[in-house]
Design a protein around this ligand. Structure first.
Ligand code: S3P
Length: 210
């Protein structure tokens, strides 16, 4: 008897998810990457798949400050925002497991990197410039981009941040494919990283487990 797609998905989940959850323990899965990498969109779907809560660090910062990120940057400046970001992420990482999407600059703070290393598994959603540019131009809520040459800003951020992002436990290529494909690749990479399965020759294309 052949299974329907929904049944196959359910079976997949039942086989894949429990060993990952067991190996993960109280750690959080932390998504890092540049603006437009898809941390929120992918993170929400990953959370649904793993049946974990999804937490967006930027939203938590806004809630703690009672201001939007744009307002925090405008009224207090970037250094103040970074300090708030560091504190909020440290607090959030006290409770896990969860899927935590971080703002693009969060992983650049050494303290935050260290906390993530201790309490989480980091996943870098790596993306090429055209993918990022196409996505960020759809919305206009990012203070680092507002009124600036987006391409130049993104090129500079890539040069500065990609060597640091590369310290993440797992790197997955974010590209213009359905989010579910990226989620599948993340789940596979997590299973390998956490020792739940061996890497196969037929690994999904973007699966670069470091
Ligand atoms: C920032 C990225 C933003 C937000 C803030 C600063 C950055 O988050 O935290 O505007 O430094 O790259 P997203 O990466 O979710 O857009």
């Amino acid at each position: 008897m052949s299974l329907t797609l929904a049944e196959r998905k359910k079976e997949d989940r039942e086989q894949q998810v429990p060993p990952i959850m067991e190996a993960l323990g109280p750690k959080s899965i932390v998504l890092i990457g540049l603006m437009g990498a898809g941390k929120t969109a992918v993170g929400k779907r990953l959370a649904a798949k793993l049946e974990l809560p999804f937490v967006d660090a930027d939203k938590e910062i806004e809630q703690a400050a009672g201001q939007s990120i744009t307002e925090i940057f405008a009224e207090h400046g970037e250094a103040y925002f970074r300090e708030g970001e560091r504190k909020v992420i440290a607090r959030l990482l006290q409770s896990g497991p969860q899927i935590l999407a971080t703002g693009g600059g969060a992983y650049m703070t050494a303290d935050t990197r260290e906390t993530i290393r201790q309490r989480g598994i980091s996943i870098w959603l790596h993306a090429e410039l055209p993918v990022l540019l196409h996505r960020v131009k759809r919305r206009n809520h990012r203070p680092l981009l507002t009124g600036r040459d987006n391409e130049q800003v993104m090129r500079n951020l890539m040069a500065e941040r990609y060597p640091i992002y590369a310290e993440a436990d797992i790197t997955v290529e974010s590209r213009d494919v359905p989010h579910e494909i990226i989620v599948k690749e993340i789940v596979y990479a997590l299973a390998v990283k956490l020792g739940c399965r061996k890497a196969k020759d037929q690994a999904p294309r973007s699966d670069r487990v470091t």
